[in-house]
Ligand binder design. Sequence first.
Ligand SMILES: [Zn+2]
Length: 1071
Amino acid sequence: MVAATPPFFSSLSPRAHPWASFRHNQLSLCRTYSLSLLLPPGLYSSELSYFFHSGLKQRAKGLAMSAKKSYEVQASKQDEGRYKHTIDLPKTNFGLRANSIVREPEIQKFWEDNEVFKRVVDRNSGGTFILHDGPPYANGKLHIGHALNKILKDIINRYKLLQNYKVQFVPGWDCHGLPIELKVLQSMDQAARNDLTPLTLRENAAKFAKETVDLQMKSFKRYGVWADWNNPYLTLSPEYEAAQIEVFAQMVTKGYIYRGRKPVHWSPSSRTALAEAELEYHDDHVSKSIYAIFKMVSASPASHAHLEGFFTNLCLAIWTTTPWTIPANAAVAVNPALAYSVVEVYSVLEETAVSPAKQSRLGGILNNGENKPFIIVASDLVPTLESKWGVKLIIKNTFLGKALENCRYLHPVDGKECPVVIGGDYITTESGTGLVHTAPGHGQEDYITGLKYGLPILSPVDDNGNFTEEAGEFSGLNVLGDGNTAVVKYLDGKMLLIVEEPYKHKYAYDWRTKKPTIFRATEQWFASVDGFRQAVMDAINTVNWVPPQAENRISAMIASRSDWCISRQRTWGVPIPVFYHVDTKEPLITGETILHIQGIISKKGSDAWWHMSTEDLLPEKYRSNASKYQKGSDTMDVWFDSGSSWAAVLGKREGLTLPADLYLEGSDQHRGWFQSSLLTSIATTGKPPYSCVVTHGFVLDEKGLKMSKSVGNVVDPEIIISGGSTKDGPGYGADVLRLWVSSVDFTGDVLIGTQILRQMSDIYRKLRGTLRYLLSNLHDWKPGYSIAYDDLPKIDQHALFQLENVVKNVKDGYDNYQFYKIFQILQRFAIVDLSNFYFDVAKDRLYVGGSASFTRRSCQTVLAAHLLLIVRMIAPILPHLAEDAWQNVPFERVAENGFVAGSVFELRWLDQNERWLSMPAPDVDFWGSILELRSEVNKVLEVARGGKLIGSSLEAKLYLHTSDSATSSRLQQMCKAVQEADSLHRIFITSQVEILTSVDEVAQSVEHQGSYTNQANIEIWIGIVRADGRKCERCWNYSPMVGMFAHHSTLCRRCCTVVSDGQPLQAAAQV
Ligand SMILES: [Zn+2]
């Protein structure tokens, strides 16, 4: 390694232990040298045979065997090693094995010690790029989803660094909320819990959150993620809390915050209200559903004529999956446009297969006194209900639902009269009876209908989900358990129950406790989304959503969402800065009071809300009345915390601006962070906080199943990197994990598992092998040796054409966030274009072409171009590999702008090289056809090898024939190419190629032949015979000239020229 290390870079110490294995290989290389001198280049040791693509292994084996024979027959003691010094073996300290577990942390230390990230940001001049980090929750270890997320962000950031952007990436953590509060509570015994004050709980929660942040930060760093790790944002820091309260204050000032009694998702198991984002919907929830009847007492004027004859035994039939809400019933709602009928329950259908329980109930109702019951149901549902109830129903009268408005019925529990009301489109004939039991305290639609009619918002249920005294005889019973059963039993006893049956449906669960939630009306603080919904919808159109369908997703969610309940009855969070009047309970909340509290919190943190007196928390002018107020005890929804990060981070920190260039999170954040950030930002600034949003899917196991501890299919990123028990496999290092991240189409759900990781590791090794080939064959290279493009052999110009196309497509992949395309392009490029072709053919030029020969230097020119572009292309995805390679570059590491690049990230992405791309289309096509021909030739060579005609392909002479004269003459020209590197026998790695005008002339002698029709529909015949002449001791090519040179009787003409003249400048001169 000769590259100058700039003085400001401390050494990365490339000769630390990772290279131990390499030294070992070098030793073994020396030991086997006497034999291996006679092996063709590339086979000097088992290790170097790596350079052969696996498909050529067979050939290598054959070569080794025949080499041994040759050695026995030909080599004499004094000749041994005679030409050794004339052969240019590959040389590098860059190991084939990554040794990632040791090497990656060394590279990370090198970046950290030298502040490479900061240095590059400071130097870059192409504008600022801000990816705003969505804060993971500071609770527990990171999982594979976190790894996917942060690595995607890092790939983008590193690419933007190479694109000359000043990349700003402030990592964040979400530190408040119930799960941490629960963790703290769970870690205490009962006695400690009894002594717990809000402040000690908060102290413990803060400690737990900070410890988790440290733990997670360490893991993120190990993934190779670059960020401003010294200055992360934590939602528990005073300056963050103060900024959040400022956002809240602005929303209060604009009139978007209100207090209301409204049904909210309530988790009895967590004893708090939940936001939509805190719910998960279980498909297999089974509810107790009932059909029940409510007795009518009076008709409305509009329905009088329709109903007159059916009193006094006329009923409304309703259906509900939450019988426990019946005590809170306030109305029955109908759809004004639907047809309803009065039906007579005629008889129980004997033939219907209904359960005895159903029959007895209906029988009971039928036998109830002398009057037959008449029931009102939606007309369309009559047949369904007949079969559900197991009865015959006779329609007596039919009318529109609007006629029923203002009819009155008796509340089934408390006996008060309640109205029939007009509900909305939510009333259909898809299920139920077409009449909806309405409890405004327990349902969103019911609530809205209740507002319209001024219905009471009853909610006789407490925080634990138990009925309150207001529920009378049900008081104390749990609504999700015995309370529900008691209500059903009650109705049955009153002859009001028609059918009870289990009903499987989708139901909202608390995502943390995994327990069912209920709708319950409580006094809560709300953000009025209605107040700024249209502005949010308009803003969505201005954001670039990737993938594009995300736009519909978030639009639909915003369009249909209700107001945002932002208060929580918990301790570990930012307080809702409100005071209540002791007597009137009126809230005191103004811009002035909030800003006063904000000032206190910015200095002392939100603990001040708990340890300071009401007097001190109130602004001066209220202090004399402080005894009339008490502070509120609610905290803010944590989504309000994280949803204010744009204000607390981008709006406050130096060098950061709004909107962010990019938000990138999992697709679940459409109803989480993407949404809460958008709502707070639009409500206060009128603008979205981001200009682009990228979403990714979830990580599933190899079979596409969700990962779970109980199934045992969890893939732990830490084990992928550092290894675990034997069954977990080896530690692959962060780059293999990152390569996996790049390989998946992250816009959908992605898979990971042992097989996939093994594949990734193989591909990583191939990429590493590609770099090693390049580095090892440039050990004597200096940029000044470059051959001008126009002087390069065609094979080299074609290689550069392919390289530049790859660069162009890779750039497109980065620009469009389609990293899996980059992964595919690079994999194909390394294996098909380089390893199988260019590198394979180049070995002859590089090893035996003569150290300073034109053919070798032109090849090195191409290799150096590949090295410099491949390290750039892989650097965002495989930063450790790219850096490792860069540190082993054997020539001066000067970037194109003249900077000495101590780190690979000090390079910049290059402008498109139009010269390289300018290869004329016919030439590109011709080279395509040569490559196609080459693979056909290889097939015939393989057959010849199988038939023991040849071992090495160099033992073969190749005949080609085609009746297409243009093709024939073009091939003929290529046999005598001006540039030796372009000649056909070099490209096919055979000793000779002859183009025949007729197959007949050789038909007798050819043992192995084949033919194929190329894409231009031209048939080409291929024949193989043994090569003419004897084998050159130095290069293993066969030639009739071997033996004709006096001083070098075992060499071919080319080798003779190389060893005697030293350095012929033009390869052409040798032909
Ligand atoms: Zn030779």
